[in-house]
Design a protein around this ligand. Structure first.
Ligand SMILES: Cc1cc2nc3c(=O)[nH]c(=O)nc-3n(C[C@H](O)[C@H](O)[C@H](O)COP(=O)(O)O)c2cc1C
Length: 462
């Protein structure tokens, strides 16, 4: 294999991540176990059997349709509700695995950066350097209201907030403890060297943190940083901070363009573009024959709970889609005067891509972030992987049909074909998650922004 592709397993500790309504089928029944530990242990065991690089646990801290509705549609359907805390499961999953990376989502409103940095350092120790963090700023109004805010903070201001949050964390992870601070030297009676452990004395817009970090540096110091953002502010944030980012690209050609834009921005900001992996969604229905795959896809689509899906998309986009009749065409939607200009323009873009006679229901089914966008045999899926790889993507965010159970299909049927074509690893590389992904040591890349947020060396603590 000329270049290693990485595979990220998308998971969410909730009854329905993206397959809204599918829990009512025989295959979806497995989701009833979402609040138990054992089904997730089974998932990670399967992922390691398939040499998957990383488990990625998504998370939100609010209810989707409390933005426009009364919460019923998403609560009734169990759509990203309830939400057990993902950080709570990492130690257990780390104990039953040896190589798998485990990235958790945590947003900036739910924790103080001091306690969050402490949690992640602890988990990085307990997993021998296999944790990652998906940095999110939260798009749910209800999420903000759960943490004492009257309303959601504006889009770009959330990224500014996130930058301060993560800068505090960098100071704690990267700079509070110098290398060589851990002595364990009985002869001189020094477990640690106080001269090499520093307060950070951060005083910023939102946070004041004295430090020092109260966990010693973990194998990776900073966990591997994941982020998804496609807005101008989101891209700036990605090239400054992320090490793995999710591209929005719907086609390989779009991916080629999106990668070129991000790489150019990275170079402009002094960041080596190779230190930022760009991955795309891969969402497949697998069949032994193409016919079987298409039948399974149709079955999946028949069971979509559209009320729940609309509520989910409304909460995520900030646009009330729940009142739209599913049979309305995109032509009508692009002309509706009650929508603001940005909503009409997104429907105009949809018309450009799909035609004006497409109904809203079909548009949602084919284009919303649903599992099963591609249905085919393992060989056809491998062809698809090759097309994306040729466009320059670094890997895939594999979106399962059900977050529990489904992974056996992927690992037993698709992975062997990918491996035989040199599109997936047969064995794990040794070392931390960062070393496995980048093959360049445990530390952040030298061109990463965190090297520029050094603290002074004056405030030694005793
Ligand atoms: C693959 C993927 C996973 C995401 N996971 C989460 C998540 O778990 N929690 C969350 O609040 N937002 C999540 N998001 C949303 C992003 O954090 C971000 O808000 C979104 O991509 C819009 O960013 P932008 O406004 O900069 O374009 C995810 C987005 C993508 C594409």
């Amino acid at each position: 294999m000329s270049r290693e592709l990485i595979y990220n397993a998308f998971l969410h500790l909730t009854p329905n991540h993206h397959s809204h309504g599918y829990w009512r089928t025989a295959e979806g029944d497995v989701q009833r176990g979402y609040s138990k530990l054992q089904p997730y242990v089974d998932v990670v065991t399967t992922l390691e059997r398939g040499r998957i690089d990383n488990l990625f646990i998504a998370d939100v801290v609010g209810v989707y349709d409390l933005e426009f509705g009364d919460g019923d549609a998403t609560i009734r359907a169990g759509s990203q509700f309830p939400e057990p805390d993902p950080v709570s499961i990492v130690s257990a999953l780390g104990l039953v695995t040896e190589h798998l990376g485990i990235a958790v989502t945590s947003n900036i409103i739910q924790n103080h950066p001091f306690s969050f940095a402490r949690q992640l350092s602890s988990l990085d120790h307990f997993t021998d350097g296999r944790v990652g963090w998906n940095i999110v700023t939260s798009y749910l109004k209800n999420g903000f209201r759960n943490f004492g805010y009257e309303d959601i903070v504006g889009h770009d201001a959330r990224y500014e907030w996130a930058q301060e949050y993560i800068d505090v964390a960098y100071k704690l992870w990267e700079h509070s403890w110098e290398d060589g601070a851990v002595l364990h030297d009985a002869a001189t009676n020094r477990f640690f060297d106080p001269e090499k452990i520093h307060t950070i004395d951060h005083v910023g817009e939102r946070y004041r943190v004295q430090g020092p970090h109260i966990v010693e540096p973990s194998p990776q110091r900073t966990p591997v940083l994941f982020q998804a953002g496609n807005s101008p502010a989101g891209r700036e944030f990605a090239v400054r901070n992320a090490e793995v980012t999710f591209l929005p690209s719907a086609t390989p050609d779009a991916a080629r363009r999106d990668i070129a834009v991000l790489d150019a921005l990275a170079r402009e900001r002094g960041r080596d573009p190779r230190s930022l992996k760009k991955i795309v969604t891969l969402s497949t229905v697998i069949g032994a024959t193409e016919d079987e795959a298409k039948r399974k896809q149709a079955h999946l689509h028949e069971h979509i709970d559209y009320a729940a899906l609309r509520a989910f998309l409304s909460g995520g986009s900030g646009i009330d889609l729940s009142s739209i009749d599913p049979s309305t065409t995109l032509r009508e939607l692009q002309e509706r005067s009650e929508f603001g200009e940005h909503v009409r323009s997104s429907f105009r873009a949809a018309v450009d891509g799909h035609g004006e006679d497409v109904t809203f229901a079909d548009y949602l089914r084919d284009n919303a972030f649903l599992p099963g966008r591609f249905a085919g045999t393992p060989d056809q899926i491998a062809d698809e992987v090759e097309r994306w790889a040729a466009a320059g993507v670094d890997g895939f965010n594999v979106v399962p049909v059900t977050t529990l159970g489904w992974w056996d299909e992927w690992v037993d049927q698709v992975v062997p074909v990918l491996q035989s074509r040199g599109l997936a690893q047969r064995e794990y590389a040794p070392g931390t998650l960062r070393q496995k992904l980048f093959r360049n040591g445990d530390a952040l890349d030298p061109t990463h922004h965190a090297h520029g947020v050094r603290i002074g060396e004056t405030a030694a603590t005793r």
